[in-house]
Write a protein that binds this ligand. Structure first.
Ligand code: ZN
Length: 404
């Protein structure tokens, strides 16, 4: 693609958006025809929000950037779950993000998210706005020490502060308690950012669709009622961006798909024989003893052999290869809507095509419209680097073509 003279990049990231969702949006169903569109675009395994967004922003798979979803920290002897992400190491990502690379090249970047992904995946962005950040009084005590000077001047009393997302509530993993819609909050900030800010790379992350799918189901009334709002958000943001800039490049994409839960199973793990960390479409099992793990694996196989796949010490060429220091001693990957999650109506994280498929379209005046093969979330960061004319050195053999 001809990317010369284009120097503003926007990512509109709609969490778990699929082609099927977009078909329910009459105004947007033409979007893919007016864009560079990747109908078979794929995310990485595990197809989880933190892993996928980390891959999107580093161009690397989880075994390189280190973010594998919820896990058990053997050193701290502590469960690390996304809902208490405040406890996560801010340097959890083991490699440079596109924000850091852009920053080294003198460019300005911003990430606005309605979920707690910014503090992990957005490292290096000049401005990260997520619900807890916006509460000025919290900023000073925030473990990441976001200086007040980083709060942009244009954020003011105009922001509706009624929405606050308590990420540290372990008893409310799906955030049932917050009734307000985080996408509206992100939209308010995104509009102000486009109007007032001079960043070169801006990421707007809308998480609510995924929350609704988890809580109510993929094709629930709640999801269907939310889609018209998403449609309006995308349309409005596109027109805001187009009115302000001559030749921006805009990514409209998702981080993963989702699968409706069809069967809930309980893994046969006796008390204290292993620690289980659930991630919806997969679970990590940790045990002190190899023989206990082998025993558990054997029991799971005899009870649920057709419903799970195992990833015990996977070979480097395996699609399950996500080996990091945090990986479980056994990874149980569920098939086709099976899960050990207690609550979710829809899940993701597995290798199934419904979890791995993502929405991916690029809009830009110099881009060739039409359908393209081989879209992958690993290609996003290097493509952004090319558009911004900066060098990109995160290398991986998993990424076949460096550019979209
Ligand atoms: Zn997600």
């Amino acid at each position: 693609m001809d990317l010369m003279n284009q120097n503003k990049v926007f990512i509109i990231l709609i969490d778990s958006l699929t082609h099927n969702d977009l078909q329910k949006c009459p105004q947007l169903s033409n979007l893919k025809n007016n864009a560079m569109h990747f109908p078979n675009a794929q995310t990485i395994f595990p197809s989880l929000t933190f892993s996928s967004i980390s891959s999107m922003l580093t161009g690397l798979p989880p075994n390189k950037h280190g973010i594998i979803g919820n896990f058990y920290d053997r050193t701290q002897k502590k469960k690390m779950l996304f809902q208490d992400v405040r406890n996560w190491d801010p340097n959890a990502i083991a490699t440079e993000t596109i924000f850091e690379i852009a920053s080294k090249n003198g460019l300005r970047t911003m990430m606005i998210t309605g979920f707690a992904v910014g503090r992990i995946c957005g490292r290096g962005a000049d401005i990260i706005l997520e619900p807890t950040y916006i509460k000025y009084e919290d900023i000073a005590s925030f473990p990441f020490e976001v200086p007040l000077s980083k709060v942009p001047y244009w954020i003011s009393e105009q922001i509706d502060d009624s929405y606050s997302f308590h990420v540290d509530d372990v008893n409310d993993p799906l955030g049932q308690k917050y009734v307000d819609n985080p996408d509206i909050w992100v939209m308010q900030l995104a509009k102000q950012a486009i109007k007032n800010d001079a960043s070169d790379l801006l990421l707007f992350h809308f998480p609510y669709l995924d929350f609704l799918k988890h809580y109510y189901g993929k094709d629930s009334a709640e999801v269907n009622n939310h889609l018209p709002l998403l449609e309006k958000i995308i349309e409005e943001l596109l027109s805001y961006i187009m009115n302000k800039y001559d030749s921006p490049v805009i990514f409209i994409m998702s981080d993963h798909g989702s699968t409706e839960v069809t069967e809930r199973i309980t893994l046969p793990i006796e008390d204290n024989s292993a620690i289980i960390i659930r991630n919806g479409g997969l679970s990590y099992l940790y045990s002190e003893s190899n023989s206990l793990i082998n025993e558990i694996q054997h029991k799971i196989l005899s009870s649920f052999g057709s419903k799970v796949e195992f990833v015990a010490r996977p070979h480097e060429l395996s699609p399950y290869y996500v080996v990091t220091k945090d990986i479980g001693d056994l990874t149980v990957c569920f098939k086709g809507g099976v899960t050990d999650s207690h609550y979710a109506k829809a899940i993701h994280g597995s290798l199934s095509s419904s979890d791995m498929g993502i929405f991916l379209s690029l809009i830009g005046s110099n881009l060739s419209k039409g359908f393209h093969e081989n879209g992958n979330i690993l290609n996003i960061a290097p493509t952004i680097a090319e558009i911004l004319n900066i060098s990109f050195s995160n290398k991986t053999k998993e990424r076949k073509d460096s550019l979209l």
